[in-house]
Design a protein around this ligand. Sequence first.
Ligand code: PMP
Length: 362
Amino acid sequence: MSQVFNFSAGPAVLPKEVLQQAASEMLDWHGSGMSVMEMSHRGPEFISIYKQAEADLRELLQVPANYKILFMQGGGLGQNAIIPMNLAGRKPQSATIDFVHTGTWSGKSIKEAHRYANVNVAASSEAQRFTMVPPQESWKLSKDAAYLHICTNETIDGVEYNFVPEVQGDTPLVADMSSHILSRVVDVSRYGMIFAGAQKNIGPAGLTLVIVREDLLGHALSICPSAFHWNTVAEHESMFNTPPTYAIYIAGLVFAWLKRNGGVAAMEQRNIEKSRLLYQTLDIDDFYQNRVAKECRSRMNVPFFLRDQTLNEKFLAGAKARGLLQLKGHKSVGGMRASIYNAMPIEGVQALVDYLNEFAGR
Ligand code: PMP
């Protein structure tokens, strides 16, 4: 198939230029005679790749100097255990973690945290079937939580925060940004810790990005494995154990691509435009339905249903024939989902919009 547009939720589309560069450097990276996959993580070649990736990410997200950037493994779900193991020790007597439950991924974080601390679900949109972010006025935050955990973009439910919550006192705000990191400008200084699996907006699966304020590094529970101890990982510049070197290399190429294309602010403008185009088409009539409250609609993950669900297979087959791939919704919710990450060009969204209109007989 010549031209395809890949709407997968993750692992997801990467910029074509990045893949081409990786292909051209596959057998011989910069005259070293080696593939990046074959290099020692402690050798000068890989160290230069790692340092550049770290510096570019720091620049793109304007990460303040008192935050560490860690390249870890274990994914978003790994962090669901790694975070409490690193932060519950802030309140040694009886730690409580506050959560806001806005969908599948914050739900999984809540479930895992029960193993390490008391859990307070400060607010939930479950009664609204996860179609909104509960307004902050309704949150019942604990007085002295070890931290407050939110998922700022729910990949399955298609719900995105459009505000940064206020915390109680010095409670650190922890955010799962797996599916929208680098898609919009964020003020990192409002967060104690940010994490993201790489396989959506950063690069290949296997790399997990952690950005953590330095004062939060020394509170791990004694059961925390050394390889997951943020302080240990930070002290070894993400090389306590062998990091996912090839994934870091590809992530670095993506960061360089972002910089060449105007950085995060420019991406945000493109993402506003792309998502506006898609939601506008879905909203024309009730042939398609997106059930998320308008102000909470994700710019990255757009779930939708056909009014007549018996047409689902026909819709997907027609999409595939046109090179519009991986539009099937998550099995837990059904329907369709179009993920339109940074690397999805506006032409891809336009092709989907054209097909949506054609299929609806417009
Ligand atoms: N958080 C969010 C928001 C996600 O979208 C995902 C993966 N889809 C995860 C966590 C879990 O990530 P992983 O599979 O890398 O553990």
